[in-house]
Ligand binder design. Structure first.
Ligand code: ADP
Length: 190
């Protein structure tokens, strides 16, 4: 199985690039942000819980996020592999993902990290706000909070996979196609 973690700060282009990787490699795309937003839209209990955190730019607590991710993985027993987009976002989530995938004899293949400077991220998110309808993209204070949370809680997850020899950084500046090529070239044995 090919299990890719697509990593990077808010606005780095994870969602856009996931679409390319899904098409090219026949993987199942699991975006925790998308799953939370679909729960918010459907008015589920999980959606109500997640919404308060998301609107403030904070992380949804690990316990519910990990349980949700596990149940999504188990919905796709026939998958050739997964792209994890927006997960893991904490070291505890990374440990849970490793355990979950190792138990299924399909460990993480690699972490590909899109690298984009902070000023560019802020511009991209404010531009995306015009069409995304996402309240967390429209408010500069919430954008800053998301970037701060990324730096404090999520960035350390890179070392977790670097220590396993599974980390590759990829320049996230360029055309969508150029970045897609860089990502595909960084996937091991494919
Ligand atoms: P972006 O990467 O642009 O911030 P996402 O759609 O991945 O957008 O995430 C939006 C929000 O959803 C996050 O700010 C956070 O509140 C919540 N979220 C998404 N994934 C996770 C996760 N793995 N753990 C905790 N919260 C998450």
């Amino acid at each position: 199985m090919l299990n890719i973690i697509l990593f990077g700060p808010p606005g780095a282009g994870k969602g856009t690039q996931s679409a390319y990787l899904v098409e090219r490699h026949g993987l199942v795309h699991l975006s925790t942000g998308d799953i939370f937003r679909s729960n918010i839209k459907d008015g589920t209990e999980l959606g109500q819980l997640a919404q308060s955190y998301m609107n403030q730019g904070q992380l949804v607590p690990d316990g519910v996020t990990i349980r949700m991710l596990e149940s999504e993985v188990d919905k796709h027993p026939e998958a050739k592999g997964f792209i994890f987009d927006g997960f893991p976002r904490t070291t505890a989530q990374a440990e849970a993902l490793d355990e979950l995938l190792n138990d299924r004899k399909a460990p993480v293949s690699c972490m590909l990290a899109l690298e984009v400077a902070e000023e560019e991220l802020k511009l991209r998110l404010l531009t995306r706000a015009k069409t995304s309808g996402r309240p967390d993209d429209a408010d500069p204070a919430v954008i800053q909070k998301r970037i701060d949370v990324y730096n404090a809680e999520t960035a350390p997850v890179a070392s977790h996979y670097a220590d396993q020899g599974k980390f590759t950084g990829v320049d996230g500046i360029g055309t969508i196609e150029e970045i897609a090529e860089r990502l595909s070239a960084a996937i091991p044995n494919d």
